[in-house]
Design a binder for this molecule. Sequence first.
Ligand SMILES: [Zn+2]
Length: 92
Amino acid sequence: MTDISGFKKLTFESTRTMNCTEAQTLMSAAVDGELTLREQQSFEKHILECKSCQHEFNEAKKTKSIIKEKIVRFKAPQSLVNTILKLSSSPQ
Ligand SMILES: [Zn+2]
C-alpha cells in the first residue's frame, strides 16, 4: 500500500484546515453555494476527511432540495397574491 500521508500533508498545508465548528458555521452557506472559493475549498477538504460533517452536509443538501421542490410546487392562493399586489402598489 502506498503511503500518501506526505502528499496529504502537503495539500492540507496549501489551504487552511478548518475544524468542525467552522464547517458547521459554513454549512448553510455551503448548501446555498454562497461560500467564497477559499471557504469552499477549505470546507470541501474538511468534509472529505470528516464523516460526521460530510453526513450533515448531505442531509442539509437533501433538506434544501426538498424545501426547494415544495416552494416550486407551492402556488400562492389568488387572494394572497392580490393582497401582496395591493400592499406593494398602495401609496404610503
Ligand atoms: Zn467535521
